[in-house]
Design a protein around this ligand. Structure first.
Ligand code: PMP
Length: 447
């Protein structure tokens, strides 16, 4: 009660209603183990969303806690400024270089996903300046994309709530349509969707004055916050090739899809695509500490370096860039991925896909889609016309209540999409239980 009162009086919650919070108070979680969370009332919940699609290795991993404790004891902080470094940051950079696609061997560590995206945007600017092409400055993203909430990240995001009263997108930020197979104007045929995306990219580039004015294209290999949009196979390759042809940097934002969420360590591996830059966060430390990263190719790195006069510093970095405790945690988490967690995610993800396919017959389910342990269920009130549920039905509120009663956490996007992103450590039995409970939630909506 005291906590609830203090919360209402003082704490501003991220991405929560300004008003409802003050009326209802916090949903306080107190402990976690494996894929299970316990709230302040002792109620247990199966975490079908891995926190905020980040706790990929599950809660209560002793090796991670040990790595953090040891690093905190030995050296809790070391700046990366002025050439200083810490052992875990260097080791992590080297180990990640071994597992990232292609020649993405250079890494800058941020504190989370938003500032990884922001950092990428700044490095892109440095790169175009270093090449003597400062006019190549426009950046294109996708409708329904989410890239964080710094000013530049929120502008690259194409979800209206993040634009409200914020004067974004910035003048150099633009969007082309989402490759959503369920609601695409070109229909559900994969090749038609791919052709339409490539055509929109080319048209946007032409509208902006041609490739000499466009620096980069950003995309999530599977769109997350826009409602789990899984583009057709071949889409990523086609967009990558179109960008290469036009000399536009192809940047994948793998903040959600990275670190096994869709099966392989990085989602671009599904198609063997190597981006010019890649942003990650979330699964990097699996939520045990804040950290993100931007990877760039050797070419981008050396171009920026060679274009800078000797002695001039990189004008970018934060107090907590490459934080040693976060880096030690990321190393312990990487060990877990490489020692069974990724494998388990693939197995559980295949089971999840089978269970979801069976839900397609539910009267309210218009579409189910998934990539590994990342899934979406789209609700409609009329399957043939794909009619979205009317706001007056209050479905998202009903789902939140039913989810709590069923003991399952998931995320509702608006009133029509249920998002699932359980820890990759979910057993097949827990995956079944998750799906049973989600079906329970769907059934309450029929009443
Ligand atoms: N990019 C993507 C694709 C994301 O999903 C998110 C967070 N949901 C971000 C960037 C921003 O990351 P963070 O919340 O860690 O700042």
């Amino acid at each position: 009660e005291t906590l609830a009162r203090l919360d209402r009086a003082h704490l501003i919650h991220p991405v929560s209603s300004w008003r409802d919070q003050e009326e209802h108070g916090p949903r306080l979680l107190s402990s976690g183990q494996g894929v299970w969370l316990t709230d302040m009332h002792g109620h247990t919940l199966l975490d079908g969303f891995a926190g905020l699609w980040c706790v990929n290795v599950g809660y209560g991993q002793d090796s991670v806690v040990k790595a953090a404790t040891e690093q905190m004891t030995k050296l809790p902080y070391a700046t990366g400024y002025f050439g200083f470094a810490s052992e875990p940051a260097i080791t992590l950079a080297a180990r990640l270089a071994e597992v990232t696609p292609g020649d993405l061997n250079r890494v800058f560590f941020s504190q989370g996903g938003s500032d990884a995206v922001d950092s990428a945007l700044r490095f892109i600017r440095f790169y175009q300046h270093a090449r003597g092409m400062a006019g190549k400055r426009h950046v294109i993203g996708l409708a329904r994309g989410y890239h964080g909430c710094t000013y530049a990240g929120a502008g690259l995001t194409a979800l209206s709530v993040f634009h409200r009263d914020a004067d974004v997108p910035l003048a150099w930020q633009h969007h082309i349509p989402s490759p959503d197979p369920y609601r695409h104007p070109a229909g559900e045929d994969g090749s038609a969707i791919i052709a339409a995306s490539v055509a929109s990219l080319r048209a946007k580039v032409a509208e902006l004055g041609g490739p000499e004015h466009v620096a980069a294209f950003f995309c999530e290999p599977v769109q997350g916050s826009g409602g789990i949009v899984v583009p057709p196979r071949g889409w990523l390759t086609a967009m990558r090739e179109a960008c290469r042809e036009m000399d536009i940097l192809f940047v994948t934002d793998e903040v959600i899809t990275g670190f096994g969420r869709t099966g392989p360590l990085f989602a671009c591996e599904h198609e063997g695509v190597v981006p010019d830059m890649m942003t990650v966060a979330k699964g990097l430390t699996s939520g045990y500490a804040p950290m993100g990263a931007v990877f760039m190719s050797e070419t981008i790195y050396s171009t920026i370096r060679d274009g800078s006069p000797p002695g001039v510093a990189i004008g970018h970095g934060q107090t907590y860039s490459a934080h040693p405790v976060s880096a030690a945690i990321a190393l312990a988490v990487l060990d877990l991925y490489q020692n069974g967690v990724l494998e388990n995610g693939v197995k559980a993800g295949a089971h999840l896909a089978t269970r979801l396919a069976a839900m397609k017959d539910h009267p309210l389910v218009g579409d189910v889609r998934s990539a590994g342990m990342l899934a979406g269920i789209e609700l409609v009130t009329d399957k043939k016309n794909k009619t979205k549920p009317a706001a007056s039905l209050g479905i998202s509120k009903k789902m939140a209540k039913a989810g709590y009663e069923q003991g399952v956490l998931f995320r509702a996007f608006g009133d029509d999409i249920i998002g699932l992103a359980p820890p990759l450590t979910c057993s097949v039995e827990e995956t079944d239980l998750l799906c049973d409970r989600i079906e329970g939630v769907l059934n309450t909506l029929m009443n």
